[in-house]
Design a protein around this ligand. Structure first.
Ligand code: SAM
Length: 328
């Protein structure tokens, strides 16, 4: 007998019909590849660059906040201090980037990804930090449903949402639920940082398509973005489909209008302190010694300073912006 989509034991993708079901299915089905296979990805340069951008944001904006955290180590493990919530963590690819955080809570709607994230943490030797993992639709349900009160008693110093917040902009209710989940358990002076597609760039590209075009898509050999309508531009639920080679297969995503985002965030005491396109983040940090050497270690450039990205990957990199908000 097939399970009703409302049956809590039904697979998450079935319980969530429509776009969100497609998002969950897509991420649940993406195989976890080993390091060797990852290195063979045709867009490895772009993946490394995206990871470098995340590391820059974390180092520059999260480390100072973690350093001033009230969280102290009580379990005898070595490492830094502070508490981080990684919302939409996927397979836990950022686990190691949070070296300065003692406690990490990771959450994602895709239960298979969460299991893979947990395995990744278990396989880290020795574990220098505590971490807990939960599968939850953070855009429809409260965090308190996933974590017991004692886990949430100490507020977070940092909330991170990498390449995932745009899925919340399907409706105003989802965007509000997401912001409530961030703000409710983030301490004053704490930061919320993330990466999202650059709505201005996407809409500019849409506007520059010939008026007679019926195929409302643009991109290159690495990425493709397809809109369904040229004129209709709702503030929420402005959908397009995204394809990224070796990563995302025509998944529905939503435009995040920056002005709307900051207006809404202010209602949750979150105020922007940084917003930059990825190309600009590169320009701002490439000559700073710490980030320059990180670029080499993360194989964004080779020993001769040559970029690991071709033109198409470099163009795809600038679909995104990085942002940081502070809770006041
Ligand atoms: N943050 C990770 C990273 O940077 O590699 C994963 C990014 S992946 C592009 C987007 C993630 O958002 C997926 O793992 C997906 O399952 C998650 N996601 C989408 N909608 C979500 C929701 N409503 N609640 C929690 N996670 C969600």
């Amino acid at each position: 007998r097939s399970k009703s989509p409302d049956d809590p034991s039904a697979p998450a993708a079935k319980r969530h019909a429509g776009d969100v079901g497609r998002v969950i299915e897509h991420y649940n089905l993406r195989p976890e590849v080993g390091v060797k296979q990852r290195l063979r990805s045709p867009i490895i340069g772009l993946k490394n660059f995206n990871n470098w951008v995340k590391s820059v944001l974390i180092t520059r904006f999260a480390h100072p906040v973690l350093a001033s955290s009230a969280v102290k180590s009580t379990d005898g493990l070595s490492g830094g201090c502070g508490k981080v919530l990684d919302m939409g963590c996927g397979k836990g690819g950022d686990l190691v980037k949070w070296e300065k955080a003692r406690i990490r809570e990771l959450i994602d709607i895709a239960h298979v990804s969460i299991e893979q994230a947990r395995d990744r943490w278990k396989n880290m030797h020795p574990p220098r930090f505590t971490a807990s993992f939960a599968a939850l639709d953070c855009y429809r349900e409260s965090l308190s449903k996933a974590f017991p009160p004692e886990k949430l008693a100490q507020p977070f110093d940092v909330v991170s949402m990498q390449f995932c917040m745009h899925y919340a902009f399907e409706t105003a209710e989802k965007a509000r639920c997401m912001l409530q989940n961030i703000s409710r358990w983030l301490r004053r002076g704490g930061v919320f940082l993330g990466t999202i597609p650059n709505a201005d760039y996407l809409l500019e590209r849409l506007d520059s398509l010939p008026p007679s075009a019926t195929d409302l898509s643009f991109g290159n050999s690495v990425y493709k973005i397809r809109f369904e309508d040229r004129r209709s531009r709702p503030l929420f639920g402005h959908r397009y489909y995204f394809w990224l080679q070796d990563a995302v297969d025509d998944v529905p995503e939503y435009i995040v209008r920056w002005d709307k985002f900051i207006e809404l965030a202010a209602e949750y005491a979150l105020y922007p302190i940084y917003r930059e396109e990825f190309h600009q983040i590169f320009v701002q940090h490439r000559n700073q010694e710490e980030f320059k050497s990180l670029m080499l270690r993360m194989k964004v450039v080779d020993a001769n300073g040559e970029s690991a990205m071709d033109e198409a990957q470099w163009e795809a990199a600038n679909i995104y912006i990085g942002f940081v908000f502070e809770k006041r």
